[in-house]
Design a protein around this ligand. Structure first.
Ligand code: SF4
Length: 252
């Protein structure tokens, strides 16, 4: 019986839509208060379908529109925002940055050459294998945040609709990053988790690297209108959730 989609296959299908001639589709460039202030390029397209995701149309309809930006254009836009607002941090967010790997590597090269900024790579980690972790180890100005979608295989599958085994890809990313000494930490969506599954996750993280347990970041769902609707349709009730203080303008 089919037990959900394959995130690796969906990444390739999505890449073909959102990547062209070394450029990638983006739907917005913005400043933001996260991490104490960070310039953000919001990319189009993801290889997961998290029920709690705040990205809406740019995730579900990547073919719909938006422009392609070269790595140089993305970098210039990020730097412009950072300089104007006095930020020292940059990121690609909004969807999954690692889908267009060569494009991302070029942006990281520009961060490295410039030398003034740090780049936070926010990723679901499903595409970070040994070779990609090695690529990342070449940079000195990157920190990777791997966002785990639930605390175990069953929660991952419930929350993303993907096949449960793909949760292992997320944990493997953390292992590969630790093996290559790439600065990284895990975050985990805990709104739908039991204490038992969190306990087991902590054991698994401890086996990979005890530092990951100390630095584990907790994430909880924000109940944007489209997220509420998805949860209602799926009949899933979060144990902990927050009402957003505002609806991001990209939720179209
Ligand atoms: S991995 Fe992130 S961007 Fe992709 S669906 Fe999940 S929450 Fe949304």
């Amino acid at each position: 019986m089919e037990r959900g989609y394959d995130p690796i296959a969906l990444a390739e299908v999505t890449r073909r839509i959102v990547e062209r001639d070394g450029g990638r589709k983006y739907y917005r460039f913005r400043g933001g208060r996260w991490y104490g202030g960070i310039a953000t390029a919001d990319c189009v397209g993801c290889n997961l379908r998290c029920i709690f995701c705040w990205s809406n149309t740019p995730r579900d309809n990547p073919a719909m529109g938006w422009g392609f930006y070269s790595p140089e254009e993305v970098y210039r836009n990020l730097v412009k925002i950072a300089e104007r607002r006095g930020y020292r941090l940059l990121r690609v967010s909004g969807n999954e940055p690692t889908i267009c790997w060569d494009h991302l590597m070029k942006i990281l090269e520009l961060v490295e050459e410039d030398g003034r900024f740090k780049f936070i790579l926010e990723t679901n980690g499903t595409l970070i294998d040994e070779a990609k972790a090695y690529d990342l180890s070449m940079f000195r100005r990157v920190h990777v945040r791997v966002s785990l979608k639930g605390a175990c295989e069953e929660e991952f599958s419930l929350l993303t609709g993907a096949r449960p085994e793909a949760f292992e890809l997320q944990l493997n990313a953390l292992k590969h990053l630790a093996d290559q000494n790439v600065p990284a930490h895990p975050a985990v969506m805990l709104s739908f988790s039991s204490e038992e599954s969190l306990g087991k996750l902590i054991e698994r993280l401890n086996e990979i690297d005890p530092v990951y347990v100390r630095e584990l970041e907790e994430e909880y769902v924000f109940l944007y209108p489209h997220v509420k609707e998805r949860l209602r349709r799926a009949g899933i009730i979060p144990k902990v959730a927050y009402e957003p203080d505002r609806v991001p303008e990209d939720l179209v």
